[in-house]
Design a protein around this ligand. Structure first.
Ligand SMILES: [Zn+2]
Length: 258
């Protein structure tokens, strides 16, 4: 089926960037945003983009920053990542493809103690403020923390937000969509996700692979599009076209960007 598609596939979130679109099963135009979540993975993503020209986002995730053994100096760890992002922003060869700050956010599933959560909150606050300074939108990791993320982003007047791999409830998804944010659908079905897809307009949805954690590779974002097509009773091509358009507008990129 994929070989017949004429619409683009835009995967807004992968940790497994691939070199060629041939691996994407014959999809004519396959774009993705390679996402970093700590200093090391940010470096990998930057190196990949230097070599192959993909779009990317950089940040430090909540499940990372709460690791006190790895980051005994919280302030130092955050300022290193801040310097890394500011450096990329200032590099003309990279800045154009550096499309968002993320993933960043809150994770109460892995962050169980008050200390974990305070560290996450502190890092998130700094990443939100950096995104404002650099003029970049935010890609949010939220696990069991949708209300807290919403509160923190709303308090900071964030307008351009993608809720990556959204796992919250329908009401929470609606509140994000009402704020003009995008809900990103991974290739994994569940009953709440089905409700969310049915209830929200296509203009609030984007697709992602979250490879290699949920999808195996970036092209598996196609399965998210197939799920939306099924639940919304829309043609797959229309879902691909609409979600790619939403992603391009969000990241402010032309249709030729990879
Ligand atoms: Zn991710």
């Amino acid at each position: 089926m994929t070989a017949l598609l004429t619409s683009p596939l835009f995967d807004v979130h992968t940790h497994h960037p691939e070199k060629t679109t041939a691996e994407a099963g014959g999809i004519p135009s396959h774009s993705f945003v390679a996402s970093g979540f700590n200093r090391e993975s940010n470096e990998e993503v930057i190196a990949f983009s230097r070599a192959h020209g993909c779009l990317f986002s950089l940040g430090i995730g909540p499940q990372e920053i709460q690791r006190t053994e790895k980051y005994p100096d919280l302030e130092g760890a955050i300022s290193e990542v801040e310097k890394q992002l500011a450096g990329v922003h200032a590099d003309p060869a990279l800045s154009r493809r550096f499309v968002a700050v993320g993933e960043v956010g809150l994770d109460k599933h892995w962050g169980k103690t008050t200390e974990d959560r305070e560290r996450q909150f502190f890092a998130f606050e700094r990443m939100i403020s950096l995104a404002g300074k650099l003029g970049r939108p935010l890609v949010i990791h939220s696990r069991d923390a949708e209300n807290e993320c919403f509160r923190q982003l709303h308090a900071a007047h964030c307008e351009k937000v993608i809720m990556h791999c959204f796992g919250g409830k329908l009401e929470e998804a609606k509140r994000c969509a009402d704020a003009g944010w995008l809900i990103s659908i991974p290739p994994q079905a569940n009953s709440e996700r089905k409700k969310i897809i049915k209830a929200l307009g296509i203009s609030s949805l984007v697709i992602e692979s979250d490879a290699p954690y949920i999808g195996k590779m970036s092209a598996d974002a196609l399965k998210s599009a197939e799920m939306i097509s099924r639940y919304k009773e829309m043609k797959l091509e229309d879902v691909l076209g609409a979600t790619a358009g939403n992603a391009r507008n969000f990241f402010c990129i032309g249709s030729d960007a990879r």
